[in-house]
Design a protein around this ligand. Structure first.
Ligand code: CO
Ligand code: ZN
Length: 327
């Protein structure tokens, strides 16, 4: 699982520019699914047909996009002004190594201000001599992300900037590779533009009209100094969401997933997240409404350049999902 995760963390894929991620995933899953398509927004949708006479359609959604910075202006000295694409917290954002899809590297820096810097006080230094030099490297509207830096932290943990949500992409790929024949039809959506409002999952769930929707995403943590909420601990199991700010999980689906975890003999955690949302929110209100839940990988420092997960929780998630589909 670690090698797959590492592979999926490396492509650069800010919201709206997820193709390199989709290409990497397609290679991994092609042999294990019945059809693969890419829709108009860039969602990679893989379908694995169920063996039941009238199979239930279960959509699983993991987003490929990563938060980033979009160039809003180029100053005469060659510095780039930027704004956020997705949820960039100011405390996490400066003095960081960033990279553009064309391979140009930069550092995000905050200019000195009285008090706390705001996004407008950030600039990106790409080493340009002046504006013309900068324009040979990047254009207005180009987007950069935190440069990949994936490493093991202790025996079980891994840190990387794009963990949200490539770890869930890895979980979904691994499920497709290992689950074998199922009664249900599995519609695996590797979605786009989650970080800017779950836009990919919204159109995919409309197009595919699933009977059930399960988002796979990271959740927050409550096990570091002065952080106690949500009540989620790394290494204590895969989380099954009860609620966040954008969706309320269907009680029966939630309990079925928790029961699958118990049957699989893995640790699970009930998740109540007092902030945030996932692709489940888009699926829940699609068409006439779809029962949804989110299976969440506990993740520290979400939306920073050093998001940390525990591989034991990934394994627990895989076994839970395998058991959910295989009984
Ligand atoms: Co996110
Ligand atoms: Zn996410």
């Amino acid at each position: 699982m670690f090698d797959l995760l590492k592979k999926l963390l490396s492509p650069i894929g800010p919201s709206g520019l997820e193709t390199p991620v989709a290409d990497t995933i397609r290679e991994e899953i092609a042999a294990y699914v019945d059809t693969i398509e890419v829709d108009a927004l860039g969602n990679l949708i893989a379908t694995k047909l169920g063996k039941a006479e009238n199979p239930r359609k279960v959509m699983l959604s993991a987003h490929m996009d990563h938060i980033g910075y979009i160039v809003t202006g180029i100053e005469k000295e060659g510095f780039l002004r930027v704004t956020n694409v997705g949820g960039i917290g100011i405390n996490n954002s400066y003095n960081r190594h960033v990279v553009f899809p064309n391979g140009v590297h930069g550092v995000v820096v905050a200019q000195p201000v009285t008090g706390q810097p705001a996004l407008k006080d950030l600039f990106v230094d790409i080493g340009a001599q002046d504006k013309d030099d900068a324009k040979c490297m990047v254009q207005l509207g180009d987007v950069c992300v935190y440069a990949n830096d994936c490493f093991r932290l202790g025996e079980h943990r891994v840190s990387a900037p794009a963990m949200d949500d490539r770890c869930a992409c890895a979980l979904l790929v691994k499920l497709l590779q290992t689950v074998g024949e199922t009664q249900d039809t599995i519609i695996a959506v590797f979605s786009v533009q989650e970080e800017v409002g779950c836009r990919g999952a919204k159109v995919a769930s409309f197009a595919k009209a699933p009977d059930v929707g399960i988002a796979l995403d990271v959740t927050g943590w409550g096990d570091t100094p002065s952080v106690t909420q949500p009540e989620i601990k790394l290494g204590e199991g895969i989380a099954v969401k009860v609620m966040d700010r954008a969706s309320i999980s269907h009680p029966a689906l939630r309990e079925a997933l928790l029961a699958a975890g118990e049957k699989a003999g893995v640790k699970t955690q009930r998740e109540v997240l007092p902030y945030g949302g996932t692709d489940a929110s888009a699926m829940q209100t699609s068409r006439g409404g779809i029962p949804v839940c989110t299976v969440s990988i506990p993740c520290r420092y979400v939306h920073s350049a050093c998001e940390v997960i525990d591989m034991r929780d990934m394994d627990a998630g895989l076994h839970l999902l395998q058991t959910y589909f295989k009984g």
